[in-house]
Design a protein around this ligand. Structure first.
Ligand code: F0G
Length: 350
């Protein structure tokens, strides 16, 4: 069952809202005992890479697109570092309306670009960063009267609250820490709203600390000023002037959380750790929280024994290029068993 049907009572649906669905949501909350042991915490990864377009964006997009159709929209527009465009293009294809996506030229991971093109969106590469593309997309949506499906669209964040609801249902309460990558700062705000709502409804007994992680080269919420030239290997969060900065600051302040930044090197090392000791392949941006937890642990700022949920926002398969820069190549052999056994026996190539 998709999110609109599953959470109909908690979403702003009317009799006229079409029940759009790609069977999004209901993603696995994966226990990560080997990684957790290293950190001295009880650790889970909410693997949003299992959504139909491979990222958390589908949670909000399904509602934004349903409401756009309800309002009679003829086309969708968005700017994106990649995942929003893949999600918007997927839902546009499913419901049969055109989709225009603006991407920062040359800065979008290959898999995301392939998705938007395969789903049939019109893909426009803008000479400029995401922040510039977003400004253009907003102006274009106004001028053409098309539905803007970036997280400035309130239905996006509303739908994304569902991630918090699912975590609370799986753990029967909120975790101690909620660790999440922060780019345009919508998702952390949506999760906080979701947790607060479940607390108000008395489905949970407490609220988590909201721990937001940014890449050092694109960390406006850590430095407290816009970053004019954001740069990071985690292209999904290569954003210098987050639209939802104020909401995100409130979430962190109200929950007693923190913003922290991590270097690209720390992000990539966390990506390998998660894959090699967790069995989960998440894209670089999604690994900023794990990088941050490792850093907090190393500086004695990670309380031991607490329950931590990391949001693994996107699938690692979206960015094969970055992954391949970090790993070795396959071991090549001819077609003989001897060559193979030389590798398989203890002490062979690992
Ligand atoms: N992780 C991934 C994989 C993302 O794609 C994004 C944002 C974030 C984290 C940050 O979430 O913006 O709500 O703070 N991607 C947007 C996009 C900007 O266009 O796909 P946020």
């Amino acid at each position: 069952m998709g999110l609109l049907a599953r959470y109909a009572q908690l979403l702003p649906l009317t009799a006229a809202t079409p029940m759009v669905s790609l069977e999004e949501g209901n993603t696995p909350l994966i226990p990560l005992p080997r990684v957790g042991r290293e950190l001295g915490v009880e650790l889970w990864g909410k693997f949003e890479g299992c959504n139909p377009s491979g990222s958390f964006k589908d949670r909000g997009m399904v509602l934004a697109v349903a409401k756009a159709l309800e309002a009679g929209a003829r086309a969708l527009v968005c700017a994106s570092t990649g995942n929003t465009s893949a999600s918007a293009a997927a839902y546009a294809a499913a419901v049969g309306i055109p989709c225009f996506v603006l991407l920062p030229a040359g800065k979008v991971a290959l898999g995301k670009l392939a998705q938007a093109l395969m789903y049939g969106a019109t893909v426009i590469a803008v000479k400029g960063n995401f922040d510039k593309a977003l400004e253009l997309a907003r102006q274009a949506a106004d001028t053409c009267g098309y539905a803007m499906v970036n997280s400035v669209n309130p239905y996006r964040l509303w739908g994304q609250r569902s991630g918090a609801w699912e975590i609370c249902e799986a753990l029967k309460d909120a975790p101690d820490w909620h660790a999440i990558p922060v780019g345009n700062a919508g998702n952390i705000s949506a999760y906080w709203a979701g947790y607060r709502e479940y607390r108000r409804l008395e489905h949970i007994s407490r609220l988590p600390r909201m721990m937001g992680f940014q890449a050092e080269g694109a960390a406006p919420l850590v430095t407290n000023e816009p970053c004019p030239n954001p740069e990071t290997v985690a292209t999904a969060i290569r954003i210098g002037n987050p639209v939802s900065a104020e909401l995100a600051r409130a979430a962190v302040a109200e929950s007693g959380g923190e913003f922290n930044s991590v270097t690209d090197e720390e992000i990539l090392s966390a990506q390998r750790l998660l894959a090699a000791k967790g069995g989960v392949f998440a894209e670089p941006a999604s690994c900023a929280p794990l990088a941050g937890l490792c850093k907090l642990k190393a500086t004695n700022r990670l309380p031991s024994g607490i329950k931590v949920v990391m949001i693994l926002t996107g699938n690692g398969l979206k960015d094969p290029d970055t992954a391949m820069t970090q790993v070795g190549r396959p071991v090549e052999i001819g077609d003989s068993l001897d060559e193979l056994l030389a590798i398989l026996k203890p002490g062979g190539v690992s």
